[in-house]
Design a protein around this ligand. Sequence first.
Ligand code: G4P
Length: 192
Amino acid sequence: MNCLEERILKDGVVKEGNILKVDSFLNHQLDVELFDEMGAEWAKRFEGVEINKILTIEASGIGIACVAARHFNVPVVFAKKTQSVNLDGEMYTAEVESFTHKNKNNVIVSKKFLNENDKVLIIDDFLANGCALQGLISIINSAGASVAGIGIAIEKGFQSGGQIIRNLGYRLESLAIVDGMDPATGEISLRK
Ligand code: G4P
């Protein structure tokens, strides 16, 4: 069991609606030491893969991506979320629907920071239905760049995102895969 899995079992809280609350270490209070170990683990798993940039999405992905980037020695770009439709031509954009928040955002990345020479590792905190990831992949494709791999902290294995992304042929490395959660008992089952 890796350190993230151990931490999920220790401090993760199961909420109604298939939500795993990990705000004491992952997406509100941030355990930077844990992020560092997660970064080291992704660096090990993606060893030998050419990566020159990390792409993530605001807000929770940013901290994790920045600490991970220290293990890859590459810059981090984050996609910004905006409700605005008034975007100029200097941006790549994709529409992302949030299952959790039940809203739609345009996510944008400036054309200055992504181009056809980039080999991009996508990093994010959660993978649920994969909408955010598909938005990021679409932005990378628009830039003519390539997806070198995808690193996710927590994949919710009972939602469709992981399967969709693996079926599309991407290399997806999730550090913890939650296969089930019981809000009544608080029990969390992790994939072995
Ligand atoms: P998807 O992108 O994989 O389809 O997932 P979804 O629409 O369900 O996710 C929407 C937001 O909710 C994402 O954050 C995602 O990280 C988060 N999320 C999904 N499932 C869980 C969960 O079980 N627990 C927690 N804590 N978060 C979950 P976001 O809207 O981008 O918010 P943020 O990055 O600003 O925090």
